[in-house]
Design a protein around this ligand. Structure first.
Ligand code: SAH
Ligand code: SF4
Ligand code: F3S
Length: 452
């Protein structure tokens, strides 16, 4: 049986796309390889959002190609965002590379790889130092967004990602995603509901809806009874018996309407956590970032959601060191962090990306200042996050048990509605159960509890 190895970098969207590719290989009789050494097809799903992510994937592919020097038939491929933005250029960087496929080509990866592998296995003289086949597919095909729908039967877990839209048309001045993921395309609601029902029939209890700007799902559809297409989709999913929890990521202040704020009051399956990227607390920087709203709008949306759902946990993304960011701008970001009291925040140092306007702006910030701001903000974020976690000690939380703890196989781990990982110290628990747990202890980001 041929084996395929897939390594994934980047966001949940990429994880989901990799899962689709893996499912296609499995249904054709391939096995998933745990390690690359025995694989006949080696794929890396790439991210371009920061330079570091690209360098990691390139370095990894170089190592994998070198490891397989004695197995000339092995097919090597790059998928995803870096493939989309760099295309054929990647063959110069990794000569042994065979296939480059973009973000609208995931459904074709299997057949491209399989055909090449068969050709090579049939060829009598497989040269020991074969150059790559250099096949590059980065175009778009109509309906590609409807092709990310198969799940891995092997996982059989209780949570699943469901891709509901692809692409982004916002053109934030720092971001490469609009180039790598193209225009926005939503899937039909009927397909999404069908997929969710099947997942639930197979034991899934929680789904996370994925989209670059997930709340712009169905943005061209009419608003009916004050509800847009995204909230209508949430309502329909909410009716599925056996589905216990619904999450989504990531929303954007543009197109975030009152109907979504209100959804937190009447959709109890909607979890008490939102990952809501803020990027900056300074209006001047938001404008340079081409984020078309004021920080006050972002902050008041957070506050309105907390009013609708008092225990809502809010996490965010923040960029420090955007071109032209002064101490004053940075302090405004810090003040916004203090005002919202985030449960956690991912802080990114601005990384110039090719073909984006911010990379050409004057007044790029030096590495030392980026690092200082990163470090300083991280301290604030961690202090607030720890205090918020500490405040949960003594409370009861419903947790969905996901399986053995990653650090101690004797213990089980689950997640609260607020998306906090909780380790169960006492009481019986099986994966897939929704159980009341009393929080007994907290060490920074880890919470411990006892089944009630
Ligand atoms: N679609 C999501 C973000 C996807 S990218 C959204 O807009 O909500 C994930 C995060 O990477 C962004 O929120 C941003 O904080 C960060 N990011 C994007 N481009 C970046 C860059 N050039 N340098 C540093 N961080 C960046
Ligand atoms: Fe990038 Fe902005 Fe689109 Fe998010 S909304 S993916 S940050 S361009
Ligand atoms: Fe990275 Fe592409 Fe996701 S650039 S963050 S993998 S959309």
């Amino acid at each position: 049986m041929p084996q395929v190895f897939i390594k994934t970098y980047g966001c949940q969207m990429n994880e989901r796309d990799s899962e689709q590719v893996a499912a296609m290989f499995l249904s054709a009789g391939y096995e998933l390889a745990d390690s690359p050494e025995r694989a006949d097809v080696v794929l890396i799903n790439t991210c371009s959002v920061r330079e570091k992510a690209e360098l990691k994937a390139l370095g990894k592919m170089g190592i994998l190609c070198a490891q397989q020097a004695a197995r000339p038939w092995v097919v090597f491929g790059f998928m995803g965002c870096m493939s989309q933005s760099k295309g054929k250029e990647l063959f110069r960087e990794v000569p042994r590379l065979d296939i480059v496929t973009g973000t609208r080509q995931y459904h074709n990866v299997f057949s491209l790889c399989h055909r090449l592998l068969l050709q090579r296995l049939a060829a009598a003289s497989a040269e020991p130092r074969r150059r790559g086949a250099h096949i590059c597919e980065v175009g778009e095909e109509a309906g590609f967004q409807n092709q990310i729908r198969d799940h891995l039967p092997t996982r059989g877990g209780c949570t699943a990602f469901v891709s509901i839209m692809q692409g982004c048309e916002m053109r934030c001045s720092y971001c490469i995603v609009p180039h790598t993921r193209g225009r926005e395309c939503s899937r039909p609601a009927a397909d999404i509901l069908h997929e969710a029902r099947e997942l639930v029939a197979n034991g899934v209890k929680e789904i996370t809806l994925l989209g670059q700007i997930v709340n712009r799902y169905g943005k061209d559809e009419p608003i009916i009874n004050g509800r847009g297409a995204f909230v209508r989709l949430l309502e329909q999913l909410h009716e599925i018996d056996g589905l216990l929890r619904i999450r989504f990521t990531s929303p954007h202040p543009i197109g975030f309407r009152q109907d979504l704020v209100q959804a937190y009051t009447y959709l109890p399956k909607l979890c008490s956590h939102i990952h809501f990227p803020m990027q900056s607390g300074s209006d001047r920087i938001l404008q340079l970032m081409r984020r078309p709203y004021k920080n006050e709008k972002y902050l008041s949306l957070c506050e309105a959601m907390r009013e609708a759902r008092p225990d809502l946990a809010i996490t965010t993304d923040i960029i420090v060191g955007f071109p032209g960011e002064t101490d004053e701008d940075y302090l405004q970001t810090k003040a916004a962090v203090e005002r919202i009291q985030f449960d956690n925040a991912f802080i990114f140092q601005y990384s110039p990306r090719r073909d984006t306007p911010a990379a050409l702006m004057d007044d790029q910030i030096c590495l030392r200042v980026k690092e200082e701001r990163n470090h300083d903000l991280l301290e604030t974020v961690n202090r607030i996050a720890t205090a918020r976690n500490q405040a949960l000690v003594g409370t009861d939380q419903l947790i969905l048990v996901e399986g053995p703890s990653k650090t101690n196989a004797q213990r089980m781990q689950g997640r609260s509605s607020q998306n906090k990982p909780i380790i169960i110290m006492k009481g019986a628990a099986a994966a897939g159960q929704l159980l009341p747990v009393r929080i007994t202890e907290c060490t920074g980001f880890t919470l411990y509890g006892e089944v009630q």
